[in-house]
Design a protein around this ligand. Structure first.
Ligand code: NAD
Length: 522
């Protein structure tokens, strides 16, 4: 619940009021636990602050235990009806949601930008991703195909079909506050599942805005409660969601540490999971790389979203013959990056999400230097003038002669390592020698290098690109990574299968009772 009188009276308060007006929302319609059920007040109050200048954007009352129980009960009740509503009709509800999101794209994009700190173009891009996912889900609602098999027994028919799972818990990270929910929620919904969403407590206002837009469409179509929201910390609401027996799948996005905890808790009750965890993504730059494409790919991958994407480029494994040229080109490109208020046109890099994130980046740089890393660009916190109240840092380039221990970790900030390599084999060995396995790329015009990288002895990641950076996946493919990235797949391709249960059915339409494998019994 947004309580009256909580807004900052600064410029940010006005922007928030304006956005709420555009979204057709008022403070009283917003709450931290919702599926249309009335709201208890046992949850604690959290603040949402702008990463750009620390201004208070709003306060939200988190879901308390009673709220959570009510949301889960209602979700379970709705599932029992939704699962029997034909899938193409479920798709029609998602089509209407996609239309509504189109109307609110600009306002929602701005809210993402204000609350999370990514630049406006990326904020709107996230909303577009959600709209694309809605379109994809509408088509998919008529394509939840099963196979038929040839039975070895006469007059028997064998086939498989897919049924909904039940209540699906979606836990999301701060850095993609809307798109990741869309990847999960729309696919789950057309599959006949009902969704309970626990967003990051760093971006609660965005979650509330999305929830209210989407739930209004559902309730206008007599389906309120397909999408539900419970706001609160990972150690309270997140934990309740993972442990609740009514949840039949947990799809969680976040750090590897959080993934380990969720995997253990879910495994205790044998609940399946989709885990989308941290990355440590590298680009291999071979001696014949197209330098224009390479520099653009690195810049978007390493500086975009201020290095706060799971697919952000963190390591460049660069052929030693082109290394001096690449460093010069990158220094020049980095010096032209306009850092500032993410909502202002022309800004390319906004702030980090919290003051803690800045401290973590600075602490990492101290360790990197201790381990022999040489900072050749950036490395500082920005504190002057307009930067003084926000979480601004310089994008940073670090040179190392060979991989250092710090390169094993994902530091969620714009730090880019450059390591010299002398062959494609050398590069792939270094590339794969990290715990995470999300996204990867090679820049080359040599077909043998490219195919080597894409082969079974090449990149060990869930995503492998040629002459495209590590960041910026399309929704049509299945998204996710291997190793400590968790192994989950979301969005396109056949990722929908994780949101359903497969049933193999055999029908005997004869008057004999043959057994499989020719067994005779009695
Ligand atoms: P985080 O791990 O701090 O939190 C993610 C979510 O998990 C939050 O909603 C949090 O409240 C919840 N959570 C934490 N502990 C929990 C627990 N024990 N039980 C239940 N829920 C719990 O991550 P963050 O800082 O919000 O996001 C950044 C991280 O997310 C990075 O590591 C990034 O690489 C990763 N990420 C991965 C993907 C992907 O698709 N692979 C996408 C986006 C972000």
């Amino acid at each position: 619940m947004w309580e009256s009188g909580i807004y900052d009276t600064t410029k940010k308060g006005d922007i928030m009021d304006d956005i709420l007006k555009q979204l057709g929302l008022d403070k009283e319609t917003l709450s931290g636990a919702s599926n249309g059920a009335s709201f208890d007040t046992d949850g604690k109050i959290i603040e949402s602050r702008s990463p750009t200048d620390g201004a208070l954007l709003g306060k939200v009352r988190c879901a308390g235990e009673k709220d959570f129980a009510k949301v889960m009960d209602t979700a379970q009740g709705i599932f029992e009806k939704w699962r029997m509503y034909p899938a193409p009709k479920r798709g029609e509800v998602i089509r209407l949601i996609g239309l509504e999101l189109r109307k609110h794209k600009a306002a929602l994009g701005k809210l993402v930008s204000l609350e999370m700190g990514k630049i406006l173009a990326e904020g709107e891009g996230e909303v577009q991703e959600m709209i694309d996912m809605a379109d994809f889900a509408v088509g998919l609602s008529r394509q939840l195909y099963g196979l038929t098999m040839q039975s070895e027994r006469p007059k028997h028919r064998m086939y498989e079909q897919w049924h909904p799972l039940g209540v699906v818990g979606v836990i999301s990270a701060f850095n993609f506050p809307v798109a990741v929910w869309g990847w999960n929620a729309f696919i789950a919904a057309i599959c006949g599942d009902v969704v309970v969403w626990k967003p990051s407590s760093t971006t609660p206002l965005t979650a509330i805005a999305i929830h209210n837009i989407v739930d209004k469409v559902c309730s206008d179509n007599s389906w309120s409660g397909i999408f539900n929201l419970v706001i609160g910390s990972g150690s309270t609401v997140g934990k309740w969601l993972v442990e609740d027996e009514r949840g039949k799948l947990i799809s969680a996005t976040g750090s590897c540490g959080m993934g380990h905890k969720i995997a253990e808790a879910a495994a205790k009750r044998l609940c399946p999971t989709i885990l989308e965890l941290g990355g440590n993504n590298a680009i291999i730059a071979m001696e014949d790389a197209d330098m224009e494409l390479l520099v653009r790919g690195i810049l978007f991958g390493a500086v975009g979203t201020a290095g706060q994407r799971c697919t952000s480029t963190r390591r460049i494994l660069c052929h030693k013959t082109i290394m001096p040229m690449l460093i010069d080109r990158l220094k020049s490109a980095y010096s032209q990056v306009r850092i500032g208020d993410p909502v202002v046109e022309g800004t390319l890099m906004g702030p980090l999400v919290t003051p803690d994130a800045v401290d973590q980046m600075m602490a990492a740089l101290v360790k990197i230097k201790d381990q022999g890393g040489q900072i050749v660009y950036g490395g500082n916190k920005l504190t002057d003038g307009d930067f003084s109240k926000g979480n601004f840092v310089e994008p940073t380039i670090v040179l190392v002669d060979r991989p250092i221990t710090m390169m094993q970790d994902e530091v969620f900030a714009p730090i880019l390592y450059i390591v010299p390599i002398s062959s494609v084999d050398d590069a792939i060995a270094i590339h794969n020698n990290v715990p995470q396995g999300l996204s990867s790329a090679i820049f080359t015009q040599n077909m043998r290098y490219a195919e080597r990288f894409l082969s079974a002895m090449g990149s060990d990641c869930g995503i492998a690109n040629v002459n495209i950076g590590t960041s910026g996946a399309e929704i049509g493919g299945a998204f996710g990574g291997q190793k400590e990235t968790g192994g989950g797949r979301e969005a396109g391709s056949d990722a929908w299968k994780a949101y359903m249960r497969r049933q193999t059915c055999t029908i005997n339409f004869g008057d004999e009772f043959p057994l499989a494998q020719g067994i005779r019994f009695g």
